[in-house]
Design a protein around this ligand. Sequence first.
Ligand SMILES: [Fe+2]
Length: 271
Amino acid sequence: MLKRSNDFASKEILNTREAATLLNVTTQTIKNYIYSGKLKAIKTPGGHHRIRLSDLKDLGFAVEQEKTLENYSTPELLTAYNSLLGTLVSTVESLIKALDTRDIVSSGHSSRVADMSCSIGKKMGFTEQKIHDLKLSALLHDVGKVGISEVILGKPGRLTDQEFFLVKKHPEIGGKIVSEIEHLSPYASSIRHHHERFDGRGYPDEIGGTDIELNSRIISVAGAYDFLRSDLTFRKAFSVEDALQEIRRSSGTQFDPEVVQVVADNSLEFH
Ligand SMILES: [Fe+2]
């Protein structure tokens, strides 16, 4: 743990610079350890600190842990950060997969919406970071359905007004759930607004046009497309052509025309 390559490593009493070199930390870090009581030190008559090698050894393990973070290089930190992000995405993916099975739309809806949303985002020139944000928003867009009865979500056929009223609560519930989770809270607004319409007649806030954030406008199109392409208990899935036709028909009313155009222009990529 302690580096032994220096001559002074065999000395019993060290000054702060030598101690810092041995532990591969700065002298200020050594002073901080002394001031915080983590490391015992002797004071010379001149007021300088001296450290016994044995005390430094006792600190070895704790220091080793702290210095690993201090000494990570930027690429190493990036790798660790990306791996954490990957873990976050796959954890969300697994949880949402379980949740999706409660709905009439075939299982995997949220993952498919996430994939399609990301394809649209890429065509629109999104950066990698923006694609990552879009993916999480899309994966989580229907998370609020956790607060709605399975009997209603899985009901074949038309919902009563009361049932539809409850289903329409899911964007608000989802936004609220996500807003309370650290690291996911930035996605709350795009989740809350994925059922807004471009003409302002959606829900819950009845906002329209570019007041609806772009991620919500993309998820709205991808979600509707996947819904149309799914076999439901009371109707067969639309063909790719028919589903695209339906989406085009609602361009400018339900959907952002720019997003619809991207889907129409790249229809071969969507199945
Ligand atoms: Fe939804």
